[in-house]
Design a protein around this ligand. Structure first.
Ligand code: NAD
Length: 257
């Protein structure tokens, strides 16, 4: 599978799943635009490292995905967008009657609204190029719910709905739009929660992972960022040209329960 000549923009891609997807797209030959809201030397160094490793062009463009105008500017500044991966996302856990309004607003803005803005800005570029792939990173929480995650579950269900609508609007064009729904993935963010959880439950690392973190993941294994990257590359392949408006779960059986 070669994505040589295609340019992929991956939002929220200086760590975790976004970076894993960017790496697999670069491995498949795509030029890549990395993004986050920071503008540190290490962000640009990451782009240079990926470019060197895979022999593709990689740029880092700073843009805050909580702001609609910056989402649209990210696409405009990139100048070309064959593959759009809407990945940037945050979480906050709280009962709904205590949910801080600013956390609700930030989650809806970053996890849902940003994809509206980037998609609206990228579609004309895909139409001009005569080819496009939109891959939205939803979650098992785009298909099921958990208590205390009202904003996240609402945003992820929202992005699954938007995925279907965009797919219908582009159905007769060589453009597809799908959502990947990961279960628990061992990203730095999740790794950082392990020591506290071990202390809270007085358990060892393996016990915390299997009994607490992966309670709802029947495989009792984390999904990996490489597996998510591979799924994104598949959705960009010719084999996936008739796959549109749907979700692919990478969740170790979570949503089969
Ligand atoms: P992460 O914290 O490692 O990565 C999130 C990325 O988004 C980072 O690059 C961060 O810099 C970026 N980001 C955050 N706020 C931003 C903003 N305002 N503007 C631009 N970029 C911003 O987390 P992750 O686990 O890799 O999550 C990535 C996506 O995968 C999210 O949408 C998340 O909801 C989804 N997801 C994660 C898991 C999991 O278990 N880790 C499971 C299902 C879905």
């Amino acid at each position: 599978m070669s994505l040589k000549g295609k340019t992929a923009i991956v939002t929220g891609s200086n760590s975790g799943i976004g970076l894993g997807i960017a790496r697999e797209l670069a491995r498949a030959g795509a030029d890549v635009v990395l993004n986050s809201f920071t503008d540190r030397d290490e962000d640009h160094a990451l782009a240079a490292q990926l470019a060197g490793e895979f022999g593709v062009a990689v740029r880092y463009i700073q843009a805050d995905m909580s702001k609609g105008e910056e989402c649209r500017n990210l696409i405009a500044q990139a100048g070309v967008c064959d593959i759009l991966v809407n990945n940037a996302g945050i979480q906050h856990v709280s009962p709904i009657d205590e949910f801080p309004v600013e956390k609700w607003d930030a989650i809806i803005a970053i996890n849902l609204n940003s994809a509206f803005h980037t998609t609206a800005a990228a579609l004309p570029m895909m139409r001009a190029a005569g080819w496009g792939r939109i891959v939205n990173i939803a979650s098992a929480h785009g298909l099921t719910a958990s208590p205390f995650k009202a904003a996240y579950v609402a945003a992820k269900h929202g992005i699954v709905g938007m995925t279907k609508t965009v797919a219908l609007e582009t159905a007769q064009e060589p453009i597809t739009c799908n959502a990947i729904c990961p279960g628990y993935v061992l990203t730095p963010l999740v790794e950082a929660q392990i020591p506290d959880t071990m202390a809270k439950y007085n358990m060892g690392r393996d016990e915390v992972i299997k009994k607490v973190m992966l309670e709802r993941q029947p495989s009792k294994e984390f999904a990996t960022v490489e597996q998510l990257g591979g799924t994104a590359v598949f959705l960009c392949s010719d084999a996936a040209a008739q796959i549109t408006g749907t979700t692919i779960s990478v969740d170790g059986g979570w949503t089969a329960l």
